[in-house]
Design a protein. Structure first.
Lengths: 130, 130
DNA sequence: GAATGTAGTTTCCATTCGGTAACCCGTGGT
DNA sequence: ACCACGGGTTACCGAATGGAAACTACATTC
């Protein structure tokens, strides 16, 4: 007999799911880092590069453009000479900060719990031997 | 003159960053959905497939194996005949739920704010025309 | 006029990732 | 005997992504 499907549904269906929605924002590489960095105040391109070691200018540009297009951050070109460009979170972007804080604090807990840093991804051939 | 670098550093450097740490867990496709679904109680493989429309068995398997290896969820094979397999969050995995809730609630806000759903990801050739 | 600094852009490349589809195994029902 | 179901696995594939490196433009300064 077919097992019956329990139907205490999970809180949100993934159709137009806010979860998916939000993850599409946070999903890109370095995105949370950028937002996190900006949460401490406005920053220029090269400051961000320093704040986020390892990010390449290409990816950083991509992220900034993308987040700007989504209304998460604001790009402000100061007409100084050499013009400097300042990025800051919009009110909209600020809303993401608590979520990122939550993620960060979970990150702390995950580290505290001393994960043995699993290196294997799909090497679970043992499934049948269980 | 070189602009001076402001040094009100962002809260966490990305070296062994808890943010990065945690995102490496949440980053895979459908991962948050899986955890979200399991946050409502234990679920079997096929229930998850129903809860998360669009997820392929391959990816679902991958995610479940990965999350199991990380200690986020627990795989419980019931020795019934046909054996059914139940997945549930570990205490560890539960810790992720608030973060996901935060993400979900931001997702709601992002939707409320009526984003014009930018479909283009990297098609911002227009950069110069701005 | 050469160097430096800011703020990127562009090209190229390798890899990863996820999706599709097909297949597998054991059990139970008809 | 045969099919369906639960719970996957495997092979194959194309798109997307992220990284590296080189290059650009403009302005100031030496």
């Amino acid at each position: 007999m077919a097992l019956k499907i329990r139907k205490n549904k999970s809180p949100e269906p993934p159709y137009g799911c806010p979860l998916t929605e939000c993850m599409s924002v946070l999903g890109g590489a370095w995105t949370p880092n950028v937002i996190w960095s900006l949460s401490a105040g406005p920053r220029r391109f090269s400051e961000l590069r320093i704040d986020i070691p390892g990010v390449s200018p290409k990816v950083l540009t991509t992220r900034l453009r993308d987040l700007e297009a989504r209304g998460i951050l604001h790009r402000d070109v100061k007409p100084t000479s050499p013009p400097s460009v300042e990025y800051s979170l919009t009110a909209h972007g600020m809303k993401l900060v608590p979520a990122i804080e939550a993620i960060v604090s979970v990150g702390h807990e995950l580290k505290k719990a001393g994960k043995p840093t699993p290196k294997r991804r799909t090497s679970r051939r043992l499934a049948k031997s269980v």
